[in-house]
Design a protein around this ligand. Structure first.
Ligand SMILES: *Cc1c(COP(=O)(O)O)cnc(C)c1O
Length: 366
């Protein structure tokens, strides 16, 4: 019913497949000790400073939030060395991505990105009536040269996820600079840096270094991963103030709630939490990679807090079997990688449980 009322690009939208929530699995299995390594969340929980800031805001919940996120933009401005007018905050960086589509992509225009990469890029493009052009990865890495070749005069936005979810790879600085140099001026480049805080290689380029008022480049970052605030929904974008201004006028006035604003300011002050997060991720990945090496199971070296692992069989089965043993990971079928799983680094005991369960499910024995 009602098909005639819905535009075809909306009627044919696929739903985003989120990682399974812990509570849902526990409800289904009647268990209580499951673990989730499926959504690249922070295993340490939220930043303690952020929690304190949230507690301090609770008695002000009857007030609308600051529509301009003044204090957060001031704090980010200091953190990133950019002007407040070059910043926009969003209900997760997902929201800013959606604003970008609505602001810049007209029906029939094209959005180019790598594939497999973050599934939201295709969904949000289609939601805006745009046409999504996925360009295959080369050796699991974003192929900037091939993306350039895919640019036609219908191209409007290029999204580069650096480092790339779900493969964990980063672009090289020289490839990135060649790419920027060769871009036609009518194309807006969006660099999604959801995992940039985890990049271990110091030469990985950050969009921020290339921010210029006369360059159509927008960077996106999030508090959902390294800062442990996924449930609050807060992210931000940086770019030339004119482009940011369009997004700002398009957003709903109170898009970032007051608890999220206060928590994000505090999280940026919590250097200790960020350092501990990086450390636990680094050690966790080293442990998981070491165990996989011993088993001879291939994986893609990562610049993020997660790992793409080749299981060499239908990953859906591996996922289902691990689920029944209380371990939530991600099967990569919906990312066109049916024989891969994606797992994020957890706490040491979670990583051990993942490896022990993985061995049982894969038939490696102990
Ligand atoms: C997790 C993630 C985000 C962050 O989304 P939020 O809406 O800020 O939670 C953005 N891009 C990619 C590639 C991600 O993996």
């Amino acid at each position: 019913m009602f098909e005639a009322l819905v535009p075809i690009h909306i009627a044919t939208l696929a739903a985003y497949p989120p990682g399974k929530p812990l509570e849902e699995l526990e409800r289904e299995l009647g268990i209580t000790d499951s673990i989730k390594l499926a959504s690249n969340e922070n295993p340490l929980g939220p930043s303690p400073l952020a929690l304190r800031a949230i507690a301090g805001q609770l008695n002000r919940l009857h007030r609308y939030p600051d529509a301009n996120a003044y204090y957060l933009k001031q704090r980010l401005s200091r953190h990133l060395q950019v002007a407040p007018a070059q910043l926009i905050c969003g209900n997760g960086s997902d929201e800013i991505l959606e604003l970008i589509m609505r602001a810049f992509v007209q029906p029939g225009q094209e959005v180019i990105s790598a594939a497999p990469s973050f599934l939201m890029y295709g969904l949000l493009t289609q939601g805006a009536g745009g046409i999504f052009r996925p360009v295959p990865l080369k050796n699991f890495a974003v192929d900037l040269g091939a993306i350039l070749q895919a640019v036609t005069d219908r191209a409007k936005v290029i999204i580069i996820n650096n480092p790339n979810n779900p493969t964990g790879t980063a672009v090289s600085r020289s490839d990135w600079e060649d790419f920027l140099e060769a871009l036609p001026p009518q194309v807006i480049v969006v660099v999604d840096e959801a995992y940039i805080e985890f990049a271990e290689t110091p030469t990985v380029p950050q969009g921020l270094e290339y921010l210029r008022e006369d360059r159509p480049l927008i960077g996106l970052r999030t508090f959902s991963k390294a800062y442990g605030l996924a449930g609050l929904r807060i992210g931000y974008g940086y770019g030339p103030s004119t482009l940011i201004g369009y997004l700002d006028r398009l957003r709903s006035p109170f898009n970032v709630n007051s608890l999220a604003q206060a928590a994000a300011v505090a999280a940026l002050d919590d250097d200790d939490f960020l350092a501990r997060t990086r450390q636990v991720v680094k050690e966790g990945l080293a442990y998981i990679c070491g165990a996989l090496d011993q088993l001879g199971v291939p994986y893609i070296p990562t610049q993020t807090n997660f790992l793409l692992i080749q299981v060499g069989r239908d990953s859906r089965e591996v996922y289902e079997q691990m689920l029944r043993q209380g371990v939530i990971i991600r099967a990569m079928g919906s990312y066109q990688l049916p024989e891969y799983i994606r797992v994020n680094a957890g706490l040491p005991e979670e990583n051990q449980r993942f490896i022990a369960t993985f061995k049982r499910v894969m038939g490696y024995g102990d």
